[in-house]
Design a protein. Structure first.
Length: 247
């Protein structure tokens, strides 16, 4: 089979996007690729369909060249929002799994491409979620304990998870606010005062710690939380006496 050219890849994306947006039919797009750009008919159909699959987060069962996959991701990131890029990455992830199971070989280069984009997207997503969380936390901390506890009582103790090819737990800002409010600036483990006052909120700096980590199916609840100074928090996660923090 003849090597797909850069021009054919570029035109495949343009026409595939038009098909996805309902501006031309798949038949018209395929005809244009074969007649104007010399692409094989079957291959043209595969590449046209792949754009729709990527944008819808659907598995691709026909192979794309690495060059085409990379170009399509570049264009989707530029032309659409982060949600569409996420869908495209999930489609590529499913495609890789399908290929590796079918051929019993590792698709290394495509995995590297997926990893590169996944890290970028996860970073953007996590930062955005953290900004939302901090905004909710400030609002919660400034409300009354009665209001906060009422919301906590109605909340789900099991945190929601979102997947961007990695798992992210969506925490309850009321839990963090109530735990820090109750601590009154004293670390829950070493019983020492918080090491400093925060510049942003003018409050003692303590960190919210889940006794049983969320990654181990721990609950996002008051009972599974404590306020720790930074040193104790690091020790709880990385120290040789980490089990002491779970008592």
């Amino acid at each position: 089979m003849a090597k797909i050219t850069k021009k054919q890849i570029e035109e495949s994306y343009k026409l595939g996007r038009k098909v996805y947006e309902g501006k031309v039919s798949r038949k018209e797009a395929t005809f244009s690729l074969t007649q104007e750009y010399g692409m094989n008919g079957d291959t043209a159909g595969i590449y046209i369909n792949s754009i729709g699959n990527l944008l819808n987060g659907q598995i691709l069962k026909r192979t794309l060249s690495l060059e085409a996959a990379e170009y399509f991701l570049i264009r989707i990131e530029k032309d659409y929002n982060q949600s569409k890029l996420k869908d495209a990455l999930l489609a590529i992830d499913a495609h890789i799994t399908y290929l590796e199971e079918k051929t019993n070989t590792r698709v290394i280069k495509l995995r590297e491409l997926l990893g590169e984009y996944s890290l970028k997207l996860s970073y953007v997503f996590k930062n955005e979620e953290e900004r939302k969380f901090e905004k909710k936390f400030k609002k919660s901390y400034d409300s009354t304990p009665e209001e906060r506890l009422q919301r906590i009582k109605k909340s789900d103790k099991k945190p929601r998870s979102k997947k961007i090819l990695t798992q992210y737990h969506v925490r309850n800002a009321d839990i963090k606010a109530e735990i820090l409010y109750r601590a009154k600036g004293i670390c829950g483990f070493c019983k020492q005062k918080a090491p400093f006052i925060t510049r942003k909120y003018s409050r003692p700096f303590l960190e919210h710690h889940h006794i049983i980590p969320l990654s181990e199916d721990g609950k996002d609840s008051l009972e599974n939380s404590m306020a720790l100074c930074p040193n104790c928090h690091r020790e709880a996660h990385y120290g040789e006496n980490w089990k002491e923090f779970r008592k």
